[in-house]
Design a protein around this ligand. Structure first.
Ligand SMILES: C[S@@+](CC[C@H](N)C(=O)[O-])C[C@H]1O[C@@H](n2cnc3c(N)ncnc32)[C@H](O)[C@@H]1O
Length: 319
């Protein structure tokens, strides 16, 4: 379960409590409808839109980015980023997530187009215990490849690529990679999100970067025939979230697709678990991505490997 840092949870609750719940509920419904359009008009128009986004989506995007960057940190253990550029940063999910994984971060720049979003993100950031989040520089701008940008060890683009016109996505990814030691692109875990991540992956490889996660190689993606890959991060639902989304369960599973590329070296696992492991009596079946996709049966007779297989989860590295 990936939970928000306590100070972020508290700040979010305080800021969303400034709005009537009916307004938030209305805004949440409209947001969902707008996000279902393939390319939508700016979704976060009013203060209520932003508060509804922060209440219903930010904890989930935080969880997805945290899960992706956790894998990145495992595969690129010598990276201790000092600078981060978060593009289309929204209310700041990816900067909170990155500083949880890498306390080494010192200087953060967020690029975001919508003033109401920046205002909300800044207010949340004031309560951060990490100074890099508290002192983050929020730049109001359209994402453009001719935009001057500070060099950054870590560049994050979380749940943004699908909002950009298709023609600019590849140039934007190439622009993000300039001088970066690591680029993280995270998208919703849908066939469309996966396709955008794959296209970003191709761009990053063509620039000479190595894929650090989730793929255990930088060769072509072995998935074919309409198959696609995504992962899942579990997070608790707040009471407000349950009410706004008319949900009953006390948790939600955020599905996401992602790619992490590095300009340095990566320590890659032999394979990665692509689906929930299936456990039957004395047998664990893993669907693995290596240089191809394969099923592996691990039986009780394999003792230590079997024990490891029982503990491994969807999205984890495997032997
Ligand atoms: C779905 S939100 C994701 C926010 C955040 N990265 C997260 O993971 O929660 C997309 C954000 O990108 C911003 N955005 C979309 N297109 C943009 C553009 N062309 N220039 C600048 N910001 C943009 C939106 O205003 C919004 O805040």
């Amino acid at each position: 379960m990936i939970t928000l840092p306590a100070e972020l949870r508290h700040a979010l609750d305080t800021m969303t409590a400034r709005h009537h719940e009916q307004d938030l509920a209305r805004a949440a419904i409209q947001l969902t409808a707008r996000y279902r359009q393939p390319i939508h008009e700016p979704a976060l128009r009013s203060a209520a839109d932003v508060a509804a986004y922060a209440a219903t989506r930010m904890p989930a995007t935080y969880a997805a980015v945290t899960a992706a960057l956790t894998q990145a940190a495992t595969c690129v253990p010598d990276l201790q980023p000092v600078t981060q550029l978060d593009v289309g940063g929204g209310t700041g999910a990816a900067i909170w997530a990155a500083t949880t994984i890498w306390p080494s971060l010192r200087h953060i720049t967020v690029i975001e187009r919508e003033p109401a979003v920046i205002e909300f993100g800044r207010h949340l950031a004031v309560s951060a215990s990490h100074p890099a989040v508290r002192n983050a520089m929020w730049r109001r701008s359209e994402i453009r490849t001719d935009l001057s940008r500070p060099p950054a060890d870590l560049v994050t683009l979380s749940y943004v690529l699908g909002e950009l016109p298709p023609a600019v996505r590849d140039p934007v990814v190439r622009w993000l990679a300039e001088h970066a030691r690591m680029v993280a692109v995270i998208e919703p875990g849908t066939p469309g999100g996966h396709a955008r991540v794959l296209a970003a992956r191709d761009q990053l490889i063509s620039l000479g970067m190595r894929i650090a996660a989730p793929c255990p190689h930088s060769a072509s993606c072995p998935l074919s025939g309409g198959d696609w890959c995504h992962f899942s991060a579990r997070l608790p639902r707040s009471g407000l979230h349950r009410r706004l989304k008319s949900a009953e369960l006390g948790f939600e599973d955020e599905k996401f697709s992602y790619v992490i590329a590095t300009s340095g070296s990566a320590v890659l696992p032999g394979s990665r678990v692509l689906r929930h492991p299936r456990t039957r009596k004395g047998l664990v079946t893993l669907t693995l991505c290596a240089d191809g996709v394969r099923e592996e049966n691990v039986s009780k007779r394999q003792r230590d490997v079997y024990r490891a297989a029982r503990n491994v989860a969807w999205g984890d590295p495997w032997l």
